[in-house]
Ligand binder design. Structure first.
Ligand code: GLU
Ligand code: ZN
Length: 505
């Protein structure tokens, strides 16, 4: 049997961690078993639909590098894959259930349904949902009323006095009394639109879905779905409800915990592979002691048996750690390519960072780099790679290479236990070292040179380098000095030292 599974989002919001976790697990499960991963848009809720959310869905998965084998934008033999293009089908299947006496017409007005709810509330009744008022209208009478043009919905006739059993791959055997299932829910609304339940079941069946992997919040709908499959006389797919994703406080992950939409992570400078790698571990364990996995490695290892029952805790710090790891795995050229859009957006090549919010996407006046700036940017990657956590930080860290930093206040130049005249003296001595350091072949050469020089002159290396670093980079905390001198060149570096000396004396 070929495995077929699906991600079936409702485009009523931005893609978030929970959604991509569901998509990723379905993707990995299909790939691990040589199956097909399908995207289906469940856009039956037209009031909350927004085409921008569909675009966000496509953009997100393109950025993540996750493709579906069948879906709205790629086609496939079980399409269309957008529910709003399948409305006629759902009507047909709702009618089929009526014909089989597994569903019935309900003529209750919205006012009547509201009234029941209010009466129950007033009486503090524990009963909820529909009171099955129209369940016993004879089929003949119902047909008459429909023909006469009365408004109706179609409701499922839940068999009473029995139970519904199903097996969840993770949670085991589950049994519900049918009396506890949502009482005779609407399948087809009065405007002819299907509800989620009807469209979801019909599509999973017609699309040949063998496995439903979805968030645990859907578990309570599953007994209803199983009843519907039985009503149609269809076999139901296997179910596996994925553990919830929680914040550190044990509450469902939400905006209160931090970023949840993938757009936000992207703007913050996450690498897609890092995000995927971390999300793949939310609720699953693979190999002891191994943290870093490519998508292919994950697909090779994924199995439903490796899922955890316990909720997954989303740890932002761990995700940051992943991002750092992935940054360090990139070549200088790749990393520069990744950081570049953020650097442009931050204005790095048009007068210095900080003039705009970081992150690609938003329209701005920010300029791209000249070929020379582009080379410098790439050559500067080794200076920051070890410390970078987010891609946008490259712009802040490397600002001094692309525009003159302001000369800091005098106190910044003074090493511990020294005074200003001593700092100026050190900077004057450091000035003589600029040219040989900038022209040294590499860090090792520069280091040997300056160490020997410091020793000969009875100076501590740290004391010698500190004022020079502040003059060149504008800060005590900066990327490595030798690399900075090499990238700036002797001429520019000397000018900076002179500017600092002029300001200090
Ligand atoms: N459209 C539902 C959602 O938004 C699909 C749930 C399911 O996978 O059945 O998550
Ligand atoms: Zn009714």
């Amino acid at each position: 049997m070929q495995i077929r599974d699906r991600y079936a989002p409702s485009p009523t919001g931005l893609q978030h961690i929970g959604g991509i976790r569901t998509a990723l697990f379905n993707y990995l499960f299909a790939k691990s078993r040589g199956g097909a991963f399908i995207l289906r848009l469940e856009d039956t809720d037209r009031t909350r639909f927004d085409p921008a959310f569909v675009q966000n869905l496509y953009d997100t998965f393109e950025w993540l590098g996750i493709n579906w084998d069948e879906g709205p934008n790629v086609g496939g033999s079980a399409g269309p894959y957008i529910q709003s293009e399948r409305f006629e089908l759902y009507k047909k299947y709702a009618a089929e259930l009526i014909a089989k006496d597994k569903a019935y017409y309900c003529f209750c007005s919205a006012e009547r349904l509201d009234r029941i709810r209010e009466e129950r509330e007033a009486a503090h009744s524990s009963e909820t949902g529909y009171d099955r008022h129209c369940r016993n209208i004879s089929p003949a009478e119902a047909a008459e009323r429909v023909k006469a043009g009365e408004a109706y919905t179609i409701r499922l006739k839940i068999p009473l006095g029995e139970g519904t059993k199903f097996h969840d791959h993770l949670l085991g055997d589950i049994e519900w009394k049918n009396e506890d299932v949502n009482p005779d829910p609407v399948l087809l609304k009065s405007d002819g639109f299907p509800t989620y339940h009807l469209a979801n079941i019909v599509d999973d069946h017609l699309m040949g879905i063998t496995h439903v992997l979805r968030a645990q919040e859907w578990l309570s709908s599953t007994p209803l779905h199983v009843i519907m499959y039985a009503a149609f006389g269809w076999e139901h797919p296997e179910f596996c409800h994925l553990p919830m994703v929680m914040g550190q406080d044990g509450k469902k992950l939400s905006k209160r915990h931090g970023a949840t939409s993938i757009d936000e992570f992207r703007r913050q400078g996450y690498i897609p592979e890092a995000l995927l790698n971390y999300v793949a571990l939310l609720g699953a364990s693979y190999e002891e002691g191994k943290d870093i996995y490519t998508l292919d490695e994950l697909a090779a290892r994924f199995s439903l048996d490796k899922l955890n029952k316990a909720p997954a805790i989303f740890d932002y710090k761990k995700l940051e750690w992943y991002n750092g790891q992935y940054i360090r795995m990139k070549s200088d050229a790749e990393l520069a390519e990744l950081c570049l859009p953020y650097a442009i957006e931050a204005g790095l090549f048009s007068g210095g960072p900080g003039s705009a919010a970081p992150g690609p996407g938003a329209p701005s006046q920010a300029k791209g780099p000249s070929p020379e700036q582009r080379n410098t940017f790439t050559a500067a990657m080794p200076l920051i790679k070890e410390r970078l956590v987010f891609l946008h930080e490259a712009a802040e860290k490397l600002g001094y290479l692309f525009s003159e930093p302001a000369v800091p206040g005098a106190a910044e130049f003074i090493p511990k236990k020294m005074d200003l005249p001593q700092a100026v003296g050190l900077l004057q001595q450091g000035r003589d070292l600029v040219k040989p350091l900038a022209e040294a072949a590499d860090d090792a050469g520069a280091e040997t040179f300056i160490k020997e020089w410091a020793e000969k002159n009875g100076l501590k290396l740290g004391d010698l380098m500190m004022p020079l670093r502040v003059a060149i980079t504008g800060s005590r905390v900066s990327p490595p000095l030798f690399g900075s001198l090499r990238l700036l060149g002797a001429e520019k570096s000397l000018a900076r030292v002179d500017r600092a000396l002029a300001a200090l004396t």
